[in-house]
Write a protein that binds this ligand. Structure first.
Ligand SMILES: [Zn+2]
Length: 257
């Protein structure tokens, strides 16, 4: 484990959650000072930094990783998301993002997850307890690779979105077609085959077809498509990172109520 993440995990291990939550703002202030500089900026917490932590991965102030910074920038620039009053369902939330949406935006924000203690609702994304057409946005970052029946999860996201609603999707990707094998259930074997003990597949770019199969129109964009080189460096983004914008058609006839 890299140094910043290791320290953070150690502090969380020895400090009760309630105490950690109390001292977190002070820790953030200290880290903001220690890392301050003009070379980089975190788009999420707007900290000006001389560097990011852990080999340019993590914002030392808000904890955002490269994929969270990509998601934030796409939401902000493409959808002026944070200035809207959209209904949002965030699957597997991050603390900083959740706090920001609840405290500093007019969004109608709801987070949900099967396991996360941070999530506001405990749900199974393959059978979510919400009515049809409840949300304008669903944020689903690094979730689908954990779900055995990903088609059911995709169908649920489609059902839950209003016509023209957007599911913003990120997954770990490989250059090969999607690889999955339901007979592999042992955590060690899953790590070997899929890259993590609780992953059930590793996607290829054909995930776009899976999303289209349930009705979405899909655009996939890399960081290099979206941002000039200077911004990739400034925000510390990975040029190859891909984000999928899955849109429910405006004229959807099945779930237009
Ligand atoms: Zn940050």
């Amino acid at each position: 484990m890299k140094p910043y993440s290791a320290w953070k995990q150690l502090i969380r291990l020895i400090m009760p959650s309630s105490l950690f939550n109390q001292v977190a703002p002070l820790l953030r202030l200290i880290l903001k000072f220690v890392y301050s500089g003009g070379k980089h900026q975190c788009p999420c917490c707007e900290s000006n930094l001389r560097k990011f932590a852990d080999d340019s991965e993590i914002c030392p102030v808000c904890g955002s990783g490269k994929r969270q910074r990509l998601q934030w920038l796409v939401l902000d620039r493409k959808f002026t998301f944070f200035d809207s009053d959209a209904d949002v369902l965030d699957i597997a939330p991050m603390q900083y993002f959740q706090d920001y949406c609840l405290q500093h935006s007019s969004l109608k924000y709801l987070s949900a997850d099967l396991n996360s203690e941070l999530a506001m609702d405990k749900i199974d994304l393959t059978a979510a307890p919400y009515p049809d057409c409840s949300f304008d946005f669903i944020l689903c970052s690094h979730v689908l690779e954990h779900i055995p029946d990903d088609r059911a999860a995709m169908m649920e996201m489609y059902r839950l979105l209003r016509p023209a609603g957007i599911a913003l999707i990120q997954v770990p990707l490989q250059d090969q077609p999607t690889y999955e094998d339901v007979s592999i259930t042992n955590p060690l074997q899953r790590t070997t085959h899929f890259g993590q003990a609780d992953h059930v597949r590793i996607y290829g770019s054909d995930i776009t077809q899976r999303l289209r199969n349930v009705g979405f129109s899909v655009i996939s964009e890399t960081c290099a498509d979206l941002f000039p080189l200077s911004e990739l460096e400034y925000f510390s983004l990975d040029e190859k990172d891909i984000i999928f914008t899955a849109k429910k058609p405006e004229n959807d006839q099945i779930n237009s109520g």
